[in-house]
Design a protein around this ligand. Structure first.
Ligand code: DGL
Length: 267
């Protein structure tokens, strides 16, 4: 079981930011990544739709004997984590990307005003807010849905002026005034973290949760005695619809041999 892969999924390239952090921290772990590009974006879909996509992807990851399934998408973590966890039962450990970020906030931002940007699904779900309230640390959370950002990133516009303009428009919203930190509540957003940092002139901590997620995954593996001792890890990447930007991003991100397969899960 220890050398079985870790399954990671997202709607597209966003979860690669998490997969990258995992491969950096845990180089002996083999990753099977599934980007559900056929249904991108998840953030505009209903809870029921995201739940049904997530269950089908989990079936695939279970067939591939994944010891852990990491939902590397905030929208799916908000909409489907509880259901997926129940569905998977004892066959694998299921993790999400929201809990580690909330723990981090609880540790460093007691009694502060914090911002959150994410997809419509993530913001409407109110999951971050509920979990932060449960911390009971008088943290005030201000949330803003920024639905265009994932599209821009997925289309490869993140590095040009289109990206600058959209980031500027969203972050200028009054709701985010006077925040001390901003949670990137979408796994696509670390790809534009530089732009967000420069908007705030580094006066606001911009929280990319991929590293805290990787650390919490490592702790889980240790607790369950599931760390791998693989010598040669070859990660595998699947997409439900082939996209050029996904292939390019995986190559850039992993800078190593990448096996990208078009997996026709929905056909
Ligand atoms: N990466 C996904 C997330 O973290 C969002 C992108 C999408 O809307 O599909 O929510």
């Amino acid at each position: 079981m220890n050398n079985n892969p870790i399954g990671i999924f997202d709607s597209g390239i966003g979860g690669l930011t998490v997969a990258k952090a995992v491969s950096k921290l845990l180089p002996k772990e083999e990753i099977i990544y599934f980007g559900d590009t056929a249904h991108l974006p998840y953030g505009d879909k209903s809870t029921a739709a995201i739940q049904s996509y997530s269950i089908k992807i989990c079936n695939l990851l279970l067939e591939k004997s994944c010891k852990i399934i990491l939902i590397a998408c905030n929208s799916a973590s908000a909409a489907a984590f509880n259901l997926v966890k129940e569905y998977v039962g004892s066959k694998a450990i299921v993790l999400n990307v929201i809990d580690p970020a909330v723990e981090y906030i609880g540790e460093y931002y007691s009694q502060k005003k914090i911002g959150l940007i994410g997809t419509k699904r993530t913001v409407l779900s109110d999951v971050y807010n509920q979990k932060i309230v449960e911390l009971n640390k008088s943290i005030e959370l201000k949330s803003l849905a920024t639905p265009l950002l994932a599209h821009i990133i997925e289309e490869g516009f993140a590095t040009n002026r289109v990206g600058d303009e959209v980031v500027h428009q969203y972050l200028s919203d009054d709701i985010l005034d006077d925040i001390e930190a901003l949670i990137l509540g979408c796994t696509h957003y670390p790809l534009i973290k530089d732009k967000i940092d420069s908007f705030y002139a580094s006066q606001v901590e911009v929280i990319d949760s991929s590293e805290v997620v990787a650390i919490s995954l490592k702790e889980k593996l240790e607790t369950h005695n599931l760390l791998s001792d693989n010598k040669n890890t070859i990660h595998k990447f699947y997409v439900s619809d082939y996209t050029k930007s996904f292939e390019e991003s995986t190559k850039i991100f992993f800078g190593e041999k990448v096996i990208l397969k078009h997996y026709k899960l929905w056909e």
